[in-house]
Design a protein around this ligand. Structure first.
Ligand code: ADP
Ligand code: MG
Length: 233
């Protein structure tokens, strides 16, 4: 097995608040991982740390085989951790051309990725005319332009209508089937069950379970859990 990310004993404190507490997990190539937990459980903080946008208090993380700097390793990581943000008066092609320049990838990738997310037909529409779901799909296309080893998504279906949610989940499954490793944060058990093969369950920054989704559902205590209510964990 090829290891994409190793996290060991990661802790993050904001003053007296421990947002992430002694968290350890490993991401192996080709799997789809969910970080599952209620709001405030430390999901976004964890993603921020491994993406080098949040400083850790203690612990370690290491990308790939650990032979490169985090800065260089992150060039092979695609991430969407904020609301999609592109030039509102430019269309999909114009926006993605800029991203291609920044990432130094050929513009020929644009069609492939817009087709993947179902936006090729809307490529000439201005970004501001897109629905929230389309904006999110555009962000996925953008993040995939350089064919990253892993795609990281923070609450990718938040705020979307049922159809938009379904579309995003299907796209994530397609990307995973093409061999891209996925790590997504979600407060929805439902989402993790539908999309992920593995899960890291957080509660108040503590890791309650890491392992295959199947075993999570079979293991005592998680059976009754459905929908958004993880506060009882
Ligand atoms: P989640 O993504 O699971 O909702 P977060 O990682 O955003 O959780 O937050 C975990 C905890 O850390 C929460 O209690 C949150 O209020 C706190 N927190 C997150 N970011 C900051 C920050 N920049 N300053 C202070 N507290 C923060
Ligand atoms: Mg969050």
């Amino acid at each position: 097995m090829e290891t994409i990310l190793t996290v060991s004993h990661l802790t993050k404190k904001f003053g007296y608040l421990t947002a992430v507490n002694d968290l350890s997990f490993t991401i192996e190539k080709g799997n789809v991982y969910g970080i599952l937990g209620p709001n405030g459980s430390g999901k976004s903080t964890t993603l921020g740390i491994i993406l080098n946008v949040v400083n850790r208090t203690s612990g370690e993380f290491s990308w790939f085989d650990g032979s490169t700097t985090t800065h260089d390793a992150l060039k092979k990581v695609g991430a969407i951790i904020e609301r999609p943000n592109f030039y509102p008066y430019m269309n999909a092609i114009q926006n993605l051309r800029l991203v291609c320049k920044i990432k130094d990838v050929p513009e020929t990738k644009i069609q492939e990725k817009l087709e993947l997310v179902g936006l090729w037909d809307r490529r000439n529409s201005k970004f501001k005319t897109y629905s929230l779901g389309m904006k999110q799909r555009m962000a996925i296309a953008s993040a995939l332009l350089n064919d990253p080893e892993i795609l990281i998504l923070d609450e990718p279906t938040n705020g979307l209508d049922p159809q938009g949610i379904h579309q995003i989940r299907e796209i994530i499954k397609t990307i995973a089937n093409q061999g891209t490793t996925i790590l997504l944060a979600s407060h929805l058990l439902d989402e993790v069950e539908k999309v992920c093969s593995h899960v890291i369950i957080l509660r108040k920054g503590e890791n309650l379970y890491s392992g295959p989704v199947d075993s999570m559902l079979a293991s005592h205590g998680f059976f009754e859990l459905r929908s958004t209510d993880l506060d009882q964990l």
